[in-house]
Design a protein around this ligand. Structure first.
Ligand code: SGN
Ligand code: CA
Length: 528
């Protein structure tokens, strides 16, 4: 069967066949609703059942209940733009050319999954966060936030035209997505990529969710006061702690970007009395970190509530229109996020909270409701998966592999057992050093490779699930360490990772820069 598929694929890509057959039982090409949030930690989705029980997300959980939840979905480069480029191309950063947020510009002329689906007759749309520093290609309709976007009354760029929209960003992206669905050409299958800004920093919730938790205190992570002993310079010298990096705006001691006078009244009614009490208390040291953690969780999880509502509205639309049965729903995020673990917020590391990303997939008739996968999968697999589901050939240079067999309950015997990771954005926000490494079910071998932070680490997730102690060089790990070095070398070769990082230059950007410089001053859009 595998041989047969490979042969068919060859013929298809070589142009002898226009498409692969659809899966058994499928009468027509499925619609694809791809819902993508920004910085959504697994611990902030109740389906992942984190022991802290931080929040309930009934609508996202519905996707899990009616589909499959992935417990080991990983990103190759845990940061926004690079992740999005991986989704579009099915390739690692060194192959799609988008390495970091600060300097990379996505080359929209390259082969992408939306382009291929569009050519196969799909109607394609992308709404919300894009963050790739060039205009989207492969979409019949696009309506994006410039750069990071802002939470209140966000300027947007609709098919190249600047528009300022009123309201809360998550609702706006949802409504625009629904509007497009309503107006679409119903004779064609669709690919809709609904990409939320939330719950990205500065975690500004919808006004109606302020105080959503009542007086409930959020459970602290065990490592909130990590001292980074047992690890190296990179972990000690980063700039992403709640203690040192958290700003007054993060803490809502300053108002969010773009908010108007009317909204500010409601905002102040909630925050001002609490901020006043905070100022009077004059907290210091650990008490101050604890207070910030509580504020952070109220705000971040408050944003998640809106994302969850959005998922609910989109699923409801599918139900009402009778589209549920023939629509693949994917819920994922551009990466995970730290919710106070190791004292951190943000992402970027090969470590669990930022390496892993949520992934839930519903596909009636193909995916068993309530199923779960522990296979190592990645967002570079999304392109192949959606192409196969649509009966399209998977180009040979795609590095990700289709998840269709896993989704249908038949994980191939040769599925990957190790995963290559590579983070490049240093110098950059939060000062996380460049590193690469290999991840298996149990171990993680990491190389921080800059001249002034050059060292190896090895973590044993079985004995040290929180990754607090590198056991690199210990005699009892000699054999494992050797094997991991060999595996890392093998992966780097197979994936064609260059020996040296490329010089990442500053090519000209279009959409995003223009949009930023012309956006209203009051909105004060934060830099990427
Ligand atoms: C902004 C944030 C950073 C964040 C980057 C990248 N600062 O610069 O905290 O790491 O985006 O995020 S902010 O004060 O402007 O919010 S990413 O999701 O785009 O990769
Ligand atoms: Ca992100």
């Amino acid at each position: 069967m595998k041989m047969m598929n490979t042969a068919l694929r060859y013929l298809a890509v070589a142009g002898f066949l226009s498409a692969l057959p659809l899966l058994a039982g499928q009468a027509k090409q499925p619609n694809i609703l791809f819902i993508f949030s920004d910085d959504h930690a697994l611990a902030a989705i109740s389906a992942y059942d984190d022991p802290r029980k931080l929040v309930q997300t009934p609508n996202i959980d519905r996707v899990a209940r009616e589909g499959m939840i992935f417990n080991r979905a990983m990103v190759p480069n845990s940061i926004c733009g690079p992740s999005r480029a991986c989704v579009l191309t099915g390739k690692y950063s060194h192959m799609n050319g988008f390495y970091d947020n600060g300097r990379s510009v996505f080359d929209g002329s390259q082969q992408t999954m939306p382009k291929q689906l569009q050519a196969a007759g799909y109607q394609t749309a992308l709404v919300g966060k894009w963050h790739l520093n060039s205009d989207p290609t492969g979409f019949d309709y696009w309506d994006i936030l410039p750069g990071q976007g802002i939470y209140y009354n966000p300027p947007m760029i609709s098919m190249g035209k600047k528009i300022k929209r009123d309201g809360y960003v998550t609702d706006i992206i949802t409504d625009l997505s629904l509007d497009w669905l309503k107006k679409r050409d119903k004779s064609k299958p669709f690919l809709l990529m609904c990409q939320q800004k939330a719950p990205h920093r500065e975690w500004a919730p919808n006004l109606k969710h302020l105080g959503w938790n009542g007086n409930r205190k959020f459970t602290e992570p065990e490592t909130l006061f990590d001292d980074y002993s047992g690890r190296g310079k990179a972990e000690r010298e980063q700039d992403m702690t709640i203690e040192k990096t958290f700003t007054p705006r993060d803490a809502k001691l300053e108002q969010p970007y773009g908010i108007n006078a009317e909204q500010l009244k409601i905002w102040n009614a909630y925050y001002e009395p609490r901020n006043e009490a905070f100022r009077r208390a004059n907290l210091q040291g650990k008490d101050l970190v604890r207070w910030r953690y509580q504020r952070y969780m109220h705000d971040y999880l408050g944003c998640v509530l809106s994302v969850d509502e959005s998922v609910g509205k989109l699923l409801e639309y599918l139900d009402e229109e009778g589209l549920t049965e023939n629509t693949i729903v994917v819920y994922s995020s551009d990466q995970g996020f730290y919710l106070g673990e190791h004292g951190w917020f943000d992402k970027r590391w090969i470590f669990e909270e930022s390496l892993r990303t949520p992934l839930l997939v519903r596909w009636p008739g193909n995916v068993k409701p309530g199923s779960a996968s522990k296979d190592i999968v990645s967002n570079i697999d999304f392109a192949s998966t959606l192409l196969e589901a649509a009966g399209q050939p998977i180009p040979f240079d795609i590095q990700g592999r289709s998840l269709v067999p896993i989704l249908t309950g038949n994980t191939p015997a040769d599925w990957r057992r190790s995963f290559y990771y590579h983070y490049y954005e240093h110098p950059g926000d939060h000062s996380v050093r460049r590193h690469y490494g290999v991840v298996t079910d149990r171990y993680k071998l990491v190389h921080f490779y800059e001249a002034d932070a050059n060292y190896w680490e090895l973590f044993d997730l079985k004995t040290d699930p929180r990754e607090l102690l590198s056991v690199y060089g210990r005699p009892e790990y000699e054999v494992v360490q050797k094997e991991l070095h060999a595996e890392l070398g093998r992966l780097r070769k197979q994936l064609k990772v260059p020996e040296k990082d490329p010089e990442i230059t500053y090519p000209k950007r279009n959409t995003e820069i223009k949009a930023k410089s012309t956006a209203p001053k009051a909105a004060n859009i934060p830099a990427a």
